[in-house]
Write a protein that binds this ligand. Structure first.
Ligand code: URA
Length: 165
């Protein structure tokens, strides 16, 4: 509940569905490495959620009505945690979270907004396993998320009191 950073993925895969935990496969291990590169770890100020709360048959893309049905849970997670920054992992997460049809490339590289919280869009780790050359761009996205976290922390800090008269 005190996470400062929330990642939002697409939907659990078979193994995630079985274990009730997000990102436990190869893509999850890559996500853990990305977090480690930022000096972060899941469960330590980092929360991982998904647009869909259970697995779509055959791992197909979530249907709009499925995303709508799960929205109340995602909204509840974000409202309870109120993280400093949200990172959307991949096109499906970004488009559903931000209610847009824009391409991932058009959404990356700028702070967007969900419930008043800055959102950074980046590639899904499963995509990065197939296209490792794009890891460089994903790193840029994570650095943007880190800068936004620092900025939000500075804004939340109590004003500095000068001791001079
Ligand atoms: N991919 C996702 O988008 N979410 C998971 O939880 C696992 C894989």
């Amino acid at each position: 509940p005190h996470a400062e950073l929330v990642f939002v993925g697409e939907a659990p895969g078979a193994e995630e569905d079985r274990r009730g935990e997000p990102f436990v496969g190869r893509a999850g291990r890559l996500l853990d490495s990305m977090l480690a590169a930022l000096g972060l770890a899941r469960g330590e100020g980092v929360y991982i959620a998904n647009i869909l709360k259970c697995r779509p048959p055959g791992n197909r893309d979530p249907k709009p009505e499925e995303a709508d049905a799960c929205r109340v849970f995602l909204d509840g997670q974000v409202a309870l945690i109120r993280p400093r920054v949200i990172v959307a992992l991949g096109r499906v997460a970004a488009q559903n979270l931000l209610a847009t049809d824009a391409a991932l490339g058009a959404l990356r590289g700028q702070p967007l907004n969900y419930q008043g919280i800055p959102v950074v869009v980046t590639y899904h780790p499963a995509y990065l396993l197939r296209r490792p050359l794009d890891k460089r761009k994903a790193w840029d996205d994570l650095c943007l998320a880190r800068r936004l976290m620092t900025r939000a922390a500075d804004q939340a800090a109590p004003p500095h009191r000068s001791s001079s008269p």
